[in-house]
Structure formats: structure tokens, C-alpha cells
Design a protein around this ligand. Structure first.
Ligand SMILES: [Fe+2]
Length: 335
């Protein structure tokens, strides 16, 4: 009796993988609109998505600890710094997908196919229209003594600023990047505090005259009520920096196939789906970001910021300069 049962169990568990249409998604992105995106994929393919949410570093740690037994198929996260941390930890594998290589610009993906950007966010300059007559037009301008005590920007522990400074290192070199960071510290209106939205709130409260934040935080305040911000959006102006130079620094939401993905084919199918025009609209618009695939319509709130030239420097190269950027932050005392 026992033996029969055991055999039956073994037979079932052996048969299971052949029929299991599953995808285990380790994600540190959690926007409501992503739900619709996943259910559309499930309906179209019959593949069930199992989601494991967590912050990026927790997920990476978990994948490292799980090793070869990790059930992870796909990892999704935001910021080039985090996805390259996953790459460096060895939890992603190379894939060669013509669909992804053709749809996604080369500077927004890893050249070995370990990760791909699926939406972009611009790091922008916002300003109080009634207090700033001549707003900075470039990142370099932000460090000009003309803007002394006017600039609000969050702490150097924040990945967005690390990646921005790493892009300046990539373009201008270590010395110029250090001088720039020093200039920003001198121009700070207050010690770094809060998130990106708090820098924008500072424009409304009058604590800040100029704020550096990602595009989607402002776009969100245009289309929904953000406490302490939406009431004052009319008085805020914005600049896409460096339009006559390298273009505005952009960062990405990104994903890659896990190193030991048990459902590798499903994982590739899912990433290819994320690069499809319909998924691109959801993925980008859900968080007021910009699509990475050409020709996909930008959401209303993000589109209202206007068109801009994005910096097309390789984000993989930029990410390799993040350790140096962190040293520079320490050197200049950017909290
Ligand atoms: Fe953010």
C-alpha cells in the first residue's frame, strides 16, 4: 500500500515539470497597473506567474542563497545600479533574443544579454517659477554659485543620485565629477532629506527654489492628488537638462533571466512580451515612465512634460562607475 502510494507520488512529481506552465517572477516593482500586465500575459500564454516581491537587495541575497535550487525565472527591478548588482552577484544569465535586441536600444541593455531596460525615467530639474528667473539648463549649471542655497536634492545613499553622478564621471571624468558634486553640496538649500517627492514639496513650501527628481514623481502629481504637491504644481517649472549637450540622464526599470531559471523558455517569452507595444504602454505608463521601444505612445501625464533628448550613454558603462561615484560623495561630504 505504502509502496503504491509512493510510486504514484513519484510518478506525479516526475510528470509535473513537463506540463507545468509557470513563471517565477522575483520583483521589486509593485505598481497596480503591473497586475493587468501580468494577467494579460497569463491569458495569452497559459503560463501562470508566481510573484515573489521584495526589495532588490533582499531578492538578490535570496537568489544567491538559493543557488542552483532557486525557483527564480525572472528578476525585475528599478535602477541600473540594482540590476548590475544582480549581474555582479551572478544571479542572472545571458540570453540571446533577437526580439529584445531589436526592440531595446543598445545603451539600455547589457551587451551580454543579462539584463534589459523596459522603461525609462528622466532625472530632471524643477524650479519655483516665482523665485527662479533663470533656471539651470544643465546639470553643470546646478553647481554654479549663482544657485547658492537654492538646490534641494536627496541623499547620496540614493541610487538615482549615484547613477546620475556615475554618468557625470563617465562623460567628464573623476576630477570634473568631484568638482560638480562639491558645487552641489555648496548650493544645497538644506541637508539632504526625504525622497524625490519631498524635494518637489520643498518647492511648494518655499524651502527649496530648485529640486532634482525623477520625471514620474512630478507626472504623478499632475494626474493624481499628491499631498503637499499637487496643489502647487501650477507654480513649478521644469527643465530637461543638457538638451544642447549629452541629453538628459535617464535610468531604467530592468529585468533579466535568473541564472538557474527552471522555466527558462517562459522567462524569455515573458521578457519578449514586456518589449511588445501593448505591454510597453502598460509597463511605462503605470508609473508615468517613458517606454524604451520606439513608436510606443507615451502616457498623458509623462507626455505633458514634453519631448526631450535622452543621454544615450551605455548604462552598463555608467553603472561600472558607481563605486567611484560613491567615493566622490564621501570625499565632498554629500550626506
Ligand atoms: Fe522612484
Amino acid at each position: 500500500m505504502y509502496r503504491t502510494l509512493l510510486l504514484t507520488t513519484v510518478a506525479i512529481s516526475m510528470a509535473a515539470p513537463a506540463f507545468a506552465q509557470e513563471l517565477n517572477l522575483y520583483s521589486s516593482r509593485h505598481y497596480d497597473t503591473d497586475e493587468r500586465l501580468y494577467s494579460d500575459f497569463e491569458e495569452a500564454t497559459g503560463i501562470t506567474i508566481n510573484r515573489i516581491d521584495g526589495n532588490a537587495d533582499e531578492l538578490i541575497e535570496r537568489m544567491v542563497a538559493e543557488g542552483e535550487n532557486s525557483p527564480a525565472d525572472v528578476m525585475l527591478t528599478v535602477d541600473a545600479s540594482r540590476i548590475t548588482r544582480a549581474e555582479n552577484a551572478g544571479v542572472l544569465q545571458s540570453i540571446d533574443s533577437d526580439v529584445l535586441n531589436e526592440a531595446i536600444p543598445a545603451n539600455l541593455r547589457d551587451e551580454d544579454g543579462k539584463w534589459f531596460g523596459f522603461s525609462q525615467r528622466a532625472r530632471m530639474i524643477f524650479f519655483a517659477k516665482d523665485r527662479v528667473e533663470n533656471p539651470p539648463a544643465t546639470y553643470a549649471d546646478l553647481a554654479d554659485p549663482a544657485y547658492s542655497d537654492m538646490v534641494c536634492i536627496r541623499s547620496s545613499t540614493n541610487t538615482y543620485n549615484q547613477t546620475l553622478l556615475a554618468s557625470i564621471v563617465t562623460h567628464e571624468g573623476e576630477q570634473a565629477a568631484t568638482e560638480w558634486a562639491q558645487g552641489i553640496v555648496s548650493n544645497m538649500a538644506r541637508d539632504p532629506q526625504g525622497g524625490d517627492t519631498d524635494q518637489l514639496r520643498g518647492l511648494v513650501s518655499g524651502e527649496c527654489d530648485i529640486a532634482v527628481t525623477n520625471s514620474y514623481y512630478f507626472a504623478r502629481a499632475l494626474r493624481s492628488d499628491v499631498d503637499g504637491l499637487s496643489s502647487g504644481v501650477e507654480d513649478i517649472g521644469w527643465v530637461f537638462p543638457d538638451q544642447d549637450g549629452n541629453g538628459t540622464h535617464v535610468n531604467i526599470s530592468a529585468g533579466g533571466v535568473a541564472a538557474h531559471a527552471p522555466n527558462r523558455e517562459n522567462a524569455i517569452a515573458f521578457l519578449e512580451y514586456l518589449a511588445s507595444p501593448s505591454a510597453q504602454e502598460y509597463f511605462a505608463n503605470g508609473n508615468d515612465e517613458f517606454p524604451v521601444v520606439a513608436g510606443v505612445e507615451v502616457g498623458e501625464a509623462a507626455a505633458s512634460l514634453g519631448e526631450f533628448k535622452a543621454d544615450d550613454v551605455s548604462l552598463a558603462e555608467v553603472a561600472s562607475n558607481i563605486p567611484l561615484a560613491q567615493q566622490i560623495f564621501n570625499t565632498v561630504g554629500w550626506e
